[in-house]
Design a protein around this ligand. Structure first.
Ligand SMILES: NC(=O)c1ccc[n+]([C@@H]2O[C@H](COP(=O)([O-])OP(=O)(O)OC[C@H]3O[C@@H](n4cnc5c(N)ncnc54)[C@H](OP(=O)(O)O)[C@@H]3O)[C@@H](O)[C@H]2O)c1
Length: 332
């Protein structure tokens, strides 16, 4: 084996999971302010499938016009610092770390480089790589939406649509931790899961329209982007908020409209585009919540690195429960 080469998943263009190939590529060299991480666990998320398809099309302005300019997918990772650049002072070789590469992707590989002031933190001793790699998708995004954007307060009523996804399973637990009264919306097969995560009330979307419950929520977090502010406004408190992590024409229109003309608000944000220091603060807070036993990762399926294309096909179904984990090394 050539120590300068590593196994990585490479997208040869935009398209179905067939564009993903397993290749030997050079191990990246850390710049003076960067660390090289040997990856133990990584993930396949909706962000990766969007990067692979190049859809929505405007995303290509950032990702690359005709093919991904960072062709290795994967954002979340957990592993061990293998080497550090000359100016690195916060992290050391041998340290267990976790974080995300955001729009740079590149984590579905045996090694990844990122700046020491990027979204990277030392891992708590008792945390497993498999858990740590999952913190930056569902938990970090949902904490950003519920706490930073939604300003959720103890005793408030929050409804989480898409409660069985990566964002939803984290949101149920985080909203309970924040002292809210939590309603989770999911399909029949996921009612037990959502209840087990702490939801006070569960709604089966196949049987009941959650906007017709006769209840008014302070916050509706449409974690899977299947509803809209217009459909939900009668189920919101007069100053309630509709939050969507999924970009589409409707949320833009509703954000503009409500910012000018309504006491209710519709809001979207791209969590991964926040400054790295703010994301590190959210991650540190999540570690504390995890330490106190209020947050656990829901892992639906686990694949080895070679089978990332299969993992993409599964995420494409839109039916995953919680997260899809990629084990890069045996103990990951
Ligand atoms: N803006 C940001 O910062 C940000 C960050 C990360 C992710 N995201 C976005 O967030 C979205 C959610 O991602 P995710 O990984 O949590 O989940 P996902 O993979 O998009 O959705 C999977 C879950 O949604 C459920 N579901 C499907 N149709 C539904 C419906 N009509 N009503 C309620 N639930 C339904 C599925 O279960 P059933 O089929 O059994 O119902 C499944 O458990 C993605 O679009 C992703 O791109 C945004």
């Amino acid at each position: 084996m050539n120590p300068d080469m590593m196994k990585a998943i490479v997208a040869t263009g935009y398209g179905t999971s067939d564009v993903l190939t397993v290749q030997q590529v050079p191990v990246p060299t850390p710049a003076t302010n960067e660390v090289l991480v040997r990856i133990y666990a990584t993930t396949v998320t909706k962000a990766d499938t969007m990067m692979r398809t190049g859809k929505p099309l405007f995303g290509r302005l950032m990702l690359g016009l005709t093919k991904p300019k960072n062709p290795i997918p994967g954002t979340g990772f957990a592993g061990v610092v293998e080497a550090v650049g000359k100016e690195v002072s916060l992290l050391q070789v041998g340290q267990r770390v976790f974080g995300e590469t955001a729009v740079n992707f590149s984590a579905n590989a045996e090694y990844v480089c990122l700046p020491e002031n990027g979204v990277i933190l030392p891992m708590p001793e008792s945390m497993r790589y498999a858990e740590a790699a999952l913190f930056t998708d569902g938990p970090m995004t949902s904490l950003n939406f519920l706490q930073e954007i939604g300003k959720l307060k103890p005793g408030q009523k929050v409804l989480i649509n898409g409660a069985s996804g990566s964002l939803g399973t984290a949101a149920i637990q985080l909203a309970k931790y924040m002292g809210a009264e939590v309603t989770g919306v999911c399909s029949t097969r996921n009612l037990g899961l959502v209840r087990s995560l702490g939801a006070d009330q569960v709604v089966d979307y196949a049987r009941q329209d959650f906007t017709q419950l006769g209840q008014r929520f302070h916050l509706i977090y449409d974690a899977v982007g299947k509803s809209s502010y217009r459909k939900c406004k009668q189920a919101l408190q007069p100053e309630g908020k509709f939050l969507s992590p999924v970009l589409g024409g409707a949320i833009f229109r509703d954000m503009l409209f409500t910012s000018a003309f309504s006491s209710q608000k519709a809001q979207f944000a791209a969590t991964g585009l926040k400054p790295a220091d703010e994301l590190r603060t959210l991650l540190s807070q999540l570690v504390e919540i995890w330490r106190q036993g209020h947050l656990k990762a829901v892992i639906d399926r686990q694949y080895p690195l070679d089978r990332v294309p299969e993992a993409h096909s599964y995420v494409d179904t839109g039916r995953k429960k919680g997260n899809v984990l990629i084990s890069v090394r045996e103990d990951g």
